[in-house]
Each structure stands twice: as structure tokens, then as C-alpha cells.
Design a protein around this ligand. Structure first.
Ligand SMILES: [Zn+2]
Length: 256
């Protein structure tokens, strides 16, 4: 009986949360309504500002804001409350929060020219437009619920409390914030594709999306920890191959 109820509720939840993305046509499972994106993103950004060296004024911030706003303006959601910030840390990383809050780390600014930076920002703007953060969060929450359910099931069927606790602990792990959660491989390739269209439409040469990943590949060889932007699953070669295969399409959007 309980199992039937859970199954029916899950099914209702699932159908209520599946929506076709108007940009990609892909069906996405998202439990967060679009109306909440802006508030969630702002809340998360305020949390970041408490602990990270966020820069919103000066030359570095102005550069990021100039490129970012140009891309946001031609994106599919120019109406989002876009905000572009710099995090003054020597890290090769960038991320986007729901509602269009985008951060670029200083090491990116130090090593990339404006066209390559536009490729990074096109990619991040695409993540925000396509609601990848909300989608990733929804997946983690669904997994969390499933794992807690599994933990309860395990603990009711075995004396092994440790196993049950471990199952619940895994759930807590999945409930990390937007910033720490890596996107799926599919989302990364989607952000590369839509992001390159955006950068081209904003007047940046899309061939620099390829040179970006070549540069990143070179910079990574220095070693060190892999931030979210780099540790995601598609390899640089795969990303470059996909971008080169569709370069004619990207160039057709390019108005220098
Ligand atoms: Zn990404």
C-alpha cells in the first residue's frame, strides 16, 4: 500500500516537473519553478559574497561586465537580472547561478583574451538560460529523496545500522549547493553549443571557443586541483571536435 502511494506521488511529481526547454527542445526534470530562479540565485550569491573575495568594481569587473552584458542582451533571456562578478582568486574557474548570476575567477582574466573570455561567458550565460543549475539541483534532490527512502528500507530490513546511516549520508552529500555541483556531460556540451551561438551573435569570433579549450588544456598541464569548470566530463578534445564540426553554423551568426 505505502509503496503504491509513493509510486503514484512520484509519478505525479515527475510529470509536474518535466518541461520542454524552448531553446534546446530537450525535456528537463526541474522541481524549482522559473519564478524562483532569481531569488535562489541572489540568495546563493549573497552566501558566496560572505566567504569569497568578490570584486564588483574596478577594471577587472568592468571587463567582465562589458562582455557579459553584451552576451546576455542577445541571449534567449535578456530579461533575467544578470550580474557579472569577479572572484579574486588564482583559479581557473567560472560558474553561473540560477537567474543569471555569473562569476569568473581572476586566473581566467589573467590568461584569456576578450574573445576567449566571451566563449567562457557565453558558456555560463547558456547554463543560466537553460536552467542547468535548477536542473542539477532537482536531480540531486530527487536522488537525495530516493537515497533516504533506500536508507529507511535498508534499516527496516537489516540490523546493520551502519549501512543504513551510510545510505542517508550519501543523500546529504547530494544536497550540496549550486556552485559545488558539477553539471552533467550533456549539460556541458549543450552550454558549449548554445554559448558559442551567443558569443557569435554578440560579435565575438566563435573560432575562439576552440582556442579557449586549447588554452585551458595547456594551462591545466600545470597540475593542481581541478575546479568545476575543468573537471567536467567531456574531454577538451571532445569539446573541440564538437565545436569544429559545427563551426560553419556558428560563423553564420557572427557579425564582426
Ligand atoms: Zn559548464
Amino acid at each position: 500500500m505505502a509503496r503504491t502511494v509513493i509510486a503514484v506521488v512520484s509519478l505525479l511529481l515527475l510529470s509536474a516537473c518535466l518541461a520542454e526547454n524552448s531553446v534546446t527542445g530537450r525535456s528537463q526534470f526541474i522541481m524549482i519553478p522559473p519564478s524562483q530562479d532569481a531569488a535562489l540565485g541572489l540568495e546563493a550569491l549573497n552566501e558566496v559574497k560572505k566567504t569569497a573575495p568578490v570584486v564588483t568594481e574596478g577594471r577587472m569587473a568592468a571587463r567582465v561586465q562589458r562582455i557579459g552584458q553584451r552576451i546576455a542582451a542577445i541571449s534567449d533571456k535578456p530579461e533575467l537580472p544578470w550580474e557579472f562578478i569577479v572572484i579574486d582568486e588564482p583559479v581557473l574557474n567560472a560558474w553561473a547561478l540560477p537567474g543569471g548570476k555569473v562569476a569568473i575567477y581572476r586566473k581566467m582574466l589573467d590568461n584569456l583574451d576578450d574573445n576567449q573570455l566571451a566563449a567562457v561567458m557565453g558558456h555560463e550565460v547558456a547554463h543560466a538560460v537553460l536552467r542547468h543549475g535548477a536542473e542539477q539541483m532537482s536531480r540531486a534532490q530527487a536522488q537525495n529523496l530516493a537515497i533516504i527512502g533506500l536508507g529507511v528500507l535498508v534499516s527496516s530490513q537489516t540490523e546493520d545500522q551502519e549501512t543504513a546511516q551510510m545510505a542517508v549520508g550519501l543523500g546529504a552529500l547530494a544536497a550540496q549547493g549550486f556552485v559545488a555541483l558539477p553539471h552533467s556531460r550533456k549539460m556541458e556540451l549543450e552550454a558549449d553549443h548554445i554559448g558559442t551561438i551567443y558569443m557569435a551573435k554578440a560579435g565575438y569570433d566563435p573560432r575562439h571557443a576552440v582556442s579557449l579549450w586549447q588554452t585551458m588544456s595547456r594551462l591545466k598541464e600545470g597540475g593542481g586541483a581541478q575546479p568545476t569548470f575543468l573537471s567536467t566530463h567531456p574531454s577538451d578534445d571532445k569539446r573541440i571536435g564538437r565545436l569544429e564540426a559545427r563551426m560553419d553554423e556558428y560563423l553564420s551568426y557572427y557579425r564582426p
